[in-house]
Unconditional design. Sequence first.
Length: 256
Amino acid sequence: MTSIQLKDPVRKITYEDIDNFEGEIKFPTRPNGNIYQSCMIEAMNNDSIRLKKHDHFKNNLNSCFVETGTFVGYGVLAALREGCKDIHSIEMQEEIFEDTAQLLMTGLTLLNYKNMEIETYATKDFFSIVLDQDTRISLYRGDSSAILPLLLQRIDSTATLWLDAHYSGPGTGKTMVDGKIVWPIFDELNALKTHEVKDHTIMIDDIAEFKKIYPSGIDKLKKIIYSINENYKITEEPKPGFMNNETFLLAKVEKN
């Protein structure tokens, strides 16, 4: 896969660029101190430590990338950086969805020093940007339990799924069942059971935290994954650059 270089050696985007941008898409602008804008600006400029912390994507990516839990877009940009051509990300929280859509539109336009053709499409709950009729980034707003089954209808090839849609503190989305906060991971994996492609690469983030909340949950995750394809190899892998021994669960069908 040929990667897209985001970083202009001269030009970097700033808060003023975001505030003054007069492009086709204009969502409500948050205050300049907003953490999401700050993080996305760093990532767009390609010098964010957080982007480097997605280095575990490198050996596990397919041309199609699906993420649940967009947050500030590091996963999207890391997938773009590594050459993915069909990128999808689901975010429940409205403000995060809007900020990420606006910043992708602004940043990719301002950093478009290769003069790529850029097309965009937006509705209240969907945003898509196409680069040179070759690479598409699509953002969806909603609960991944409901959106992922619909998104999968658009996919007919082996994809990499980065499953990270869970409550992680103030400002992030909550999946609620019977008045309790739950992780949507079981619903997400069950959606994969009915998909025609049975060899997606599956990565599940924040496994240490998952184990604390669901002490016997790993066995349940593995059971669902093996029901998709008994040839999956499931391992717990370290996340490069993270402290406290953070890990993710990797399920992969090795190609012969």
